[in-house]
Every structure is written in C-alpha cells, then in structure tokens.
Design a protein around this ligand. Structure first.
Ligand SMILES: Cc1cc2nc3c(=O)[nH]c(=O)nc-3n(C[C@H](O)[C@H](O)[C@H](O)COP(=O)(O)O)c2cc1C
Length: 166
C-alpha cells in the first residue's frame, strides 16, 4: 500500500505555535482541486481559515470539531450542488477532494481531521453563518489542520471477508 495512505490517521492534537503556512495551504488546495469529479464539474469551493478567533468560533458551533481549538488552520469544503448535468454527485466529488487534502497533509508533515458537516442539518445551519455560505452552496465539512502532537499508528483495516472476487 502507498505509504501516505497507510500512515494517514485522524489527528486531533496539534502542537501550539506551529503555523500552517500559506504555501502549505495552497499545496493542500491544489491537491483538493486535482480530485476527480463527475463530468469534471468540480462542484466545490474552499475557505482557508487561519484566524484564531474564527477557529474558536468553529469549536463553539460544531460539537465534534473541538480539535480546532489547537489547530493552526482549517479548510472548509463548500459544496455547490449541480442544477444541471450530472445531478447528485456533489458529495462524492467533495469527499474525493477532501481525501486528497488529507493525504497531501500527510506528505507535508501536517496532521488533519475531517469533521463532518453535510448532511447533518444542524451542523450545516451552524457553519453557514460563520462564513456567510448561502444556498444553494452547502458547507460540506471542516478539515482541522496543524503540526501533529500525536502519532497514532497505522490501522491496517484490511478485511478479506469484505471482498468478493468474481
Ligand atoms: C464523513 C466523516 C465525518 C467525520 N466527522 C468527524 C468529526 O466530526 N469529528 C472527528 O473528530 N472525527 C470525524 N471523522 C473522523 C473519523 O472519526 C475517523 O476517520 C475514523 O474514526 C477512522 O480513524 P482514522 O481517520 O484515524 O483512520 C469523520 C470522518 C468522516 C469520513
């Protein structure tokens, strides 16, 4: 297995006073936008957050994003559901972009954690006003980022019972 895939784990503890640089954020966003998408519609936008007070606001409104209190940055993936063309694929497309960010973070020596927003209406409603995300756009998730202060071991989840060879 590719080492980045093997070593990626959700990181929820970050080193204080270690910034995520603009160059690193741009690398992460390049990786995100290299993801596949249905009919190449790329139904996404990204909000890069490094302001401490905004990260603290995320902690306040999202009960499962407490790690943003020590994260140096976060990326909000914003979905743009299609009104024509390949209807309904935006969750897959945004998830592919998210996974690219998580893997690029490992390659940069950063830790990251995907905090789900879509499709939980209460999380969507909580995150929308922080960034003025108006319909039809939808906050898809919050990805917490920073220098890792924990290093959980690779999991090794391969389960032959989940595979059928035909
Ligand atoms: C759609 C989705 C939503 C998630 N939401 C949260 C979350 O809100 N808070 C959190 O701490 N982790 C969240 N996670 C991370 C999972 O808990 C984590 O990926 C899972 O436990 C496996 O651990 P690993 O990422 O270290 O392999 C989410 C992951 C996914 C894919």
């Amino acid at each position: 297995m590719n080492e980045l895939i093997k070593n990626r784990r959700s990181i929820r503890k970050f080193q204080p006073d270690q910034p995520v640089t603009r160059e690193q954020i741009d690398r992460l966003l390049e990786a995100a936008m290299a993801a596949p998408s249905a009919c190449n519609t790329r139904p996404w936008e990204f909000i890069a957050v490094t302001k401490r007070e905004v990260l603290d606001e995320i902690v306040r409104v999202h009960p499962y994003a407490a790690m943003c209190a020590t994260a140096a940055a976060a990326i909000i993936v914003v979905a743009i559901p299609q009104t024509e063309g390949p209807l309904g694929y935006f969750p897959q497309d945004c998830a592919a972009a998210t996974q690219n960010i998580l893997l690029e973070a490992v390659s940069l020596g950063l830790g990251a954690c995907w905090c789900g927003v879509y499709p939980q209406e209460k999380h969507i409603a909580a995150i929308r006003p922080l960034f003025n995300i108006r319909e039809p756009k939808i906050p898809f998730n919050v990805i917490a980022l920073g220098a890792p202060a924990e290093s959980p071991p690779p999991r090794g989840f391969f389960e032959p019972s989940k595979v059928t060879y035909s």
